[in-house]
Design a binder for this molecule. Structure first.
Ligand SMILES: C[S@@+](CC[C@H](N)C(=O)[O-])C[C@H]1O[C@@H](n2cnc3c(N)ncnc32)[C@H](O)[C@@H]1O
Length: 214
């Protein structure tokens, strides 16, 4: 399969029944675990305090499991999200009517250069075909004015992980190193790990990068 066909295959997977099932599981889980979901707030409080973003864009925002907390911190009118799954976006819009939530693929972001102080992914680069990562990372860096954050499953070398009977749908990699190799102009300013434990995260390794001023 060619590179862009592979990207389209995964986008169609997430836009269709597979993605809808993920949204239904997410919604049901959130309804049963409201307090647990709120456990994402301290991480975003710390990032917003450190980075002071005036506006924030999430790539692959799903039902808004990050954006609803970030909206509490920076104001819903200053948050934006894109996703390929329309059902997820509809749920996110119910929580965040003032936010700019659009259906778009990560490889072609519908925003001008340097539109957002902070642009981030959590658990989304892991679902991109490796051949597409350079394009997706270029887009994220392009629309960021100051900071890029990614929180993903980490492994020293790229490896595929079996995922719900789908081939080529989930990977682990050193996404932080990939950003730095692809964009040496970025400075790594912070990093950490969010263990699964009993909390709302899922063994995510996160990195924050800063773009050069101007
Ligand atoms: C595992 S979920 C993570 C959701 C959210 N970031 C979080 O941390 O709760 C992955 C999300 O990314 C979206 N997604 C996957 N590939 C995408 C792509 N190429 N462009 C835009 N969204 C994508 C999926 O539809 C899904 O909502």
């Amino acid at each position: 399969m060619g590179e862009s066909e592979d990207a389209k295959r995964l986008e169609e997977l997430w836009a269709g029944e597979f993605g809808d099932d993920y949204v239904a599981r997410n919604d049901e889980y959130a309804a049963r675990n409201a307090e647990l979901q709120r456990g994402r707030l301290p991480f975003w409080q710390a990032r917003v305090e450190a980075l002071q973003p005036a506006n924030v864009l999430e790539i692959g925002c799903n039902v808004g499991g990050n954006l609803r907390w970030i909206a509490e911190l920076v104001g819903a009118e200053h948050v934006a999200g894109i996703d390929v799954n329309e059902g997820a976006l509809q749920t996110a819009r119910e929580h965040l009517p003032a936010a700019d939530l659009r259906r778009a693929p990560a490889r072609a972001l519908p925003f001008a250069d340097a539109s957002f102080d902070l642009v981030f992914t959590t658990g989304v680069l892991i679902h991109q075909p490796p051949s597409e990562l350079p394009t997706v990372m270029d887009e994220i860096v392009r629309v960021s004015r100051r900071h890029v954050l990614c929180g993903e499953y980490q492994a020293p070398d790229i490896e595929e992980v079996p995922y719900r009977g789908q081939e080529g749908a989930l990977y682990r990699a050193d996404y932080g190193r990939m950003y730095q190799e692809r964009h040496p102009e970025l400075t790594l300013i912070d990093q950490g790990f969010l263990p699964k434990g009993d909390g709302p995260w899922d063994d995510l390794t996160w990195w924050v990068f800063e773009k050069p001023a101007g």
